[in-house]
Design a protein around this ligand. Structure first.
Ligand SMILES: [Zn+2]
Length: 611
């Protein structure tokens, strides 16, 4: 078959075609649609707000949930207009007219949300004995897991007035504290040796970037300034973090949670023992990350890496890829995996659902967005032709394919992904595209790409698990001792960092204070999800490489949305993610890449003997 016959897409639009929602900002349809959203919303609200029979009778609850689902599917509280102006505001961040329009529709939507929230809240307050009856009732099977999710969270809810007080006090007792340290840090700047060799003043966030510079004097100078800033604020951070830990302890005691990370697991729809088995499996294999850093030190010709050297890139990846080439490459990889994947991608291209290039005023990141189930997916990229941009395209496309598969199989109340598996589809596509790029590259380029890939894998899996363990110990130690000094926090931090980095990375002076600027420890225990998503993805990749027809199971998983917990979804596919062997299979993939990278470095004479 000729190439052109296989190609099912035509690249004519490289900006979003928002015409799938409205013609333009002044489309007269907008007003009519807003009235319809209001009408449908209050049809639901007024039908149910004064009734209580649906809280006891499963047949009536089914009717109410069907009504709720159809409202959420087609209208929600802001309809197409909310999504349209949200997208517009990312296309053009500097236009005050767009901001104003977005704020207006937000205001409209907030009122409806407030009026409609009774439904969720009352279901959450159904008595536990009644909950069981409802969950077992056949007519509610369609919404079983939706109800299970609400009931699971409600287990730790306090009474309505108590929740109200906690909510009203949360800014002063918690959020304002977390903003204090980061607010001080963001105001700092220091004169450092810049990339061009001159002395220049750089902001705190610029210093973080400069610590990865390939110029040793630049990154050393940035690290010195960075450590100096952290030292200046470490006393404030000590007081702040102790307050944050105390507030969390009080909340957990009031709610009666069994352990500091329990609420995170409930809201992520994942069992604590599954997270425990992930953390234990990865910790047992910290030898992999230690070996990676040892290899990197050798390649960079350093006896040991200092703490701030660990993300410096090895080698040069200068290859350029046009948008057209990237699309063709990603499409080819998708088609090899599954025709439906390729067809979804072709649809995105043909319909103008991808915004490709950087533009003035446009959001500088990359994302894949969805809102209501009946609305189109839109992907934002900033393609500049680097290898990284090709991978970002594959990543966001993974999210997009995931959305479309869920739409086909699930109802609107199960449309979405739990945090613990939200990055499976994205990293799955990304890694297959990377394999293709590695296959095309010559030896030197291949070594550079493989080292970058390992750096990403080590950061997402081993470092995040080390962070998670640091967090766990921080809460437990605080609860045992009542207060932690900056030295005690620093010692804990250093122990956990050294554990995954191994002897090739020096825990250099000043690095014991790096917890000062780590925001995630103030928002509790979400970092495990980087590791769970990537390891599940790697495990699935291995299965597909061994037996291509396994892609059918992968698609079943990607179609499942929120219809059950990730553990149950996998159990129905014959895989137990509560089993340590499952995580080990993903870890074996990282080790395999490390082995290949070491062998290549050896073959090219970059290292004298295998570590
Ligand atoms: Zn992602």
């Amino acid at each position: 078959m000729s190439r052109s016959k296989q190609r099912t897409y035509v690249i004519t639009k490289t900006s979003w075609n928002l015409g799938l929602l409205f013609q333009d900002d002044n489309d007269p349809q907008m007003h009519e649609k807003r009235i319809e959203v209001e009408k449908k919303s209050y049809e639901f609200i007024n039908a149910w707000k004064d009734r209580t029979d649906y809280l006891e009778d499963p047949i009536v609850l089914r009717v109410a949930l069907d009504h709720y689902e159809s409202w959420k599917r087609q209208f929600g509280s802001d309809g197409d207009e909310g999504y349209y102006f949200w997208l517009r505001s990312h296309q053009n961040q500097n236009d005050p007219k767009i901001k104003a329009r977005f704020n207006k529709i937000e205001e409209f939507s907030k009122k409806i949300e407030n009026d409609g929230q009774f439904f969720h809240l009352r279901i959450a307050r159904i008595r536990p004995d009644l909950q069981r009856n409802l969950l077992e009732h056949g007519s509610l099977a369609k919404y079983r897991h939706f109800l299970e999710r609400i009931f699971a969270e409600s287990r730790y809810h306090l009474s309505e007035p108590e929740e109200k007080i906690l909510n009203l006090k949360s800014s002063t007792s918690y959020l304002n504290w977390t903003r204090l340290t980061s607010g001080f840090l963001s105001k700092e700047e220091r004169a450092v040796i810049a990339e061009d060799g001159g002395r220049k003043s750089r902001s705190f966030s610029e210093l973080i970037g400069l610590m990865n510079s390939k110029r040793r004097v630049t990154r050393d100078s940035a690290a010195k300034a960075f450590n100096d800033i952290l030292l200046k604020h470490v006393d404030v951070a000590e007081a702040e973090l102790n307050s944050v830990l105390a507030n969390k302890k009080v909340d957990d005691e009031l709610r009666g949670t069994p352990r500091p990370d329990a609420l995170r697991h409930v809201s992520d729809d994942i069992e604590s023992h599954v997270v425990d088995s992930l953390i234990e499996s990865v910790s047992k294999r910290f030898g992999i990350s230690a070996r990676y850093y040892a290899l990197k030190a050798k390649l960079l010709k350093m006896r040991k890496l200092r703490y701030h050297d660990r993300n410096v890139e090895y080698g040069e990846v200068a290859q350029q890829y046009s948008f057209r080439q990237s699309v063709s490459l990603v499409h080819t990889v998708l088609r090899k995996l599954d025709n439906e994947f390729a067809a979804i991608f072709a649809g995105f291209i043909n319909n103008g659902q991808i915004d490709a290039y950087p533009k003035k005023g446009k959001d500088s990141g990359a994302f894949c967005s969805h809102h209501l189930m009946t609305q189109p997916t839109y992907i934002l990229l900033n393609h500049t032709g680097k290898l990284h941009d090709v991978l970002t395209m594959a990543h966001e496309l993974g999210h997009g394919i995931n959305n479309e598969l869920i739409k086909k199989k699930q109802h609107a109340l199960d449309f979405g992904s739990p945090t613990s598996t939200a990055e499976v589809a994205s990293t799955f596509m990304e890694d297959f595209v990377l394999d293709e790029l590695i296959g095309q590259a010559g030896d030197e380029l291949r070594l550079a790409i493989m080292m970058q890939k390992l750096n990403d894998d080590v950061s997402s899996i081993f470092r995040q698990v080390a962070c998670y363990r640091f967090e766990q110990e921080l809460h437990n130690e605080f609860r045992a001792k009542g207060y932690l000094s900056k030295e005690e926090i620093g010692t804990l931090f250093r122990t956990h960092m050294a554990a995954y980095m191994g002897p090739a990375v020096e825990q250099s002076p000043g690095s014991e204070n790096w917890w000062v600027y780590w925001n995630h420890i103030r928002y509790f225990f979400y970092v495990y999800s980087y590791a769970s998503g990537l390891l599940i993805s790697k495990s699935l990749q291995r299965a597909v490489k061994q037996e291509p027809s396994t892609i059918i199971k992968v698609k079943e998983f990607l179609s499942a949305g929120l219809s059950d917990s990730p553990r149950n979804i996998f159990l129905s596919l014959g895989v137990d993610i509560g089993d340590r062997q499952f995580w080990d299979r993903g870890l074996n993939e990282v080790e395999r890449l490390l082995n290949e990278t070491e062998a290549l470095a050896h073959k090219l004479g970059k290292i004298r003997r295998m570590p």
